[in-house]
Design a protein around this ligand. Structure first.
Ligand code: SF4
Ligand code: SF4
Length: 419
């Protein structure tokens, strides 16, 4: 057996955890759709190991199987051997990019947007404002005439951009209401702070209503998850370092928790140590998903009824990457009048997966179809889920079938019950 190549030694070592049991196969959406071993977690681990050993060439076929993976990490939940699949995938995708196996205008645009727009709050704000104007003039439909499939798909996913006032930055400090129970820092996110500004404001109000002072550190930036998943690990590390500085500042380091309302960002921040070995552990240890945090500290009973039939849908990066499934359901069950109903596929991926719905539109659509069918059968008024990408993807799926179902974040329902 050839010795593992030094650059991929970590990946090689991690692949050795796989005992080839195959328990992950039925949990993998791309294996379920294709039936191909090479599109399964076990098959991809085999490919990564082969490449690391130098036995398999990192060619376009291998690269396309790695790109077809959603990074949903359902395989990690199913794996009895603790295979760190998500971490390996990030390294392998970096190798795919380094080997020049992702090229073309779509890749160029993705990398450019993830480096030069997404992490820059002002540029993102200006772009959202421009989009809002185009939507008002109904010129946003011109995107459907563009030659890039990924841009057309992005256009079909975009929600109505909230008004400028709703997209105002969160205050740097908000005081607790009632008896003070502690102090937390809030992570704002990047795209979500523009397109889902209401969720950030709802999160802040629910935290203060529950007795917590909330600080919003100004130096924070995008979590880096989208960049890492697209194979740009060096830029993800740069963003991680900026966040590390922002959340290690004196007034922020003293908080009880770093609260995050996006499953993808929460998973990335919780794993800071993986990107910045020896540096990120202290900040990562404070990261809490907003539902997890409120469940841990004990939710103050919301005083108002919310009469709605609600399905909760698990975001992959909450249930599989952070192991959180019960807390959001427990919180929703505290809302009087809210009927919580289950559906057949709560923990399967919706096909959003960062930029996957733009880069792999066919597979993404097939996976979404199964999810929408399962949710439609449960006939909810509202689907609650805690990740911006899932919110966009599910709402687009319902709109396409003209189903009168709204998709909201659990904190928006909690806020409605406090209002
Ligand atoms: S991350 Fe998801 S899509 Fe990728 S191999 Fe694991 S289960 Fe399959
Ligand atoms: S479940 Fe884990 S150990 Fe078993 S084949 Fe899948 S990755 Fe390997």
């Amino acid at each position: 057996m050839a010795a593992p190549r030094p650059l991929e030694r970590n990946v090689y070592t991690q692949t050795l955890d796989c005992i080839h049991c195959g328990l992950c196969l039925s949990a993998c959406p791309t294996y379920v759709v294709t039936g191909r071993e090479s599109a399964s977690p076990r098959g991809r681990v085999y490919l990564m190991r082969g490449v690391a050993e130098g036995e398999i060439e990192l060619d376009p076929v291998v690269a396309s199987e790695l790109q077809l993976c959603l990074g949903c990490r359902a395989c990690e939940s199913a794996c009895p051997s603790g295979v760190a699949y998500g971490a390996m995938l990030e390294r392998a995708r970096e190798s795919v990019v380094d080997a020049g196996l992702r090229r073309g205008p779509a890749r160029w645009l993705e990398r450019w947007a993830l480096r030069h727009i997404v992490p820059h709050r002002r540029r993102l704000h200006a772009l959202a404002s421009l989009l809002a104007v185009l939507q008002r003039l109904r010129l946003d439909r011109l995107v459907f005439r563009l030659p890039l499939e990924s841009l057309r798909r992005a256009g079909s996913l975009l929600p109505a951009v909230p008004g400028r006032l709703d997209r105002r930055p969160l205050p740097a400090f908000s005081a607790a209401e009632g008896e003070r129970r502690g102090r937390v820092a809030l992570f704002e996110g990047c795209i979500a702070s523009e397109l889902f500004a209401a969720i950030n404001h709802a999160t802040l109000r629910v935290l203060t209503r529950n007795g917590f002072d909330v600080v919003v550190p100004r130096g924070q930036t995008c979590c880096g998850a989208l960049q890492a998943h697209s194979g740009d690990l060096s830029f993800a590390r740069k963003l991680a370092r900026e966040n590390l500085v922002a959340f290690s500042a004196r007034d922020t380091a003293a908080v009880d928790a770093l609260v995050v309302n996006s499953a993808g960002c929460g998973a990335a921040l919780r794993e800071l140590e993986q990107w910045l070995p020896g540096e990120g552990a202290a900040v990562a240890a404070k990261v809490r998903d907003v539902c997890e945090f409120l469940d841990e500290v004990g939710l103050r009973p919301p005083p108002h009824r919310v009469a709605a039939r609600v399905c909760y849908d698990d975001p992959c990066h909450l249930i599989h990457a952070q192991g959180i499934a019960a807390a959001p359901r427990r919180l929703l069950a505290c809302i009087e009048g809210l009927e919580l109903v289950s559906h057949a596929e709560p923990d399967s991926c919706c096909g959003a997966a960062g930029t996957y719905n733009l880069t792999q539109p066919d597979m993404s659509r097939r996976i979404l179809d199964a999810k929408i069918t399962a949710l439609e059968a449960a006939a909810p008024d509202i689907v609650a889920t805690g990740n911006p990408g899932c919110l966009l993807q599910l709402q687009a799926g319902f709109d396409e079938r003209e189903l009168p179902i709204r998709v909201l974040h659990p904190v928006e329902l909690l806020e409605a019950a406090y209002r």
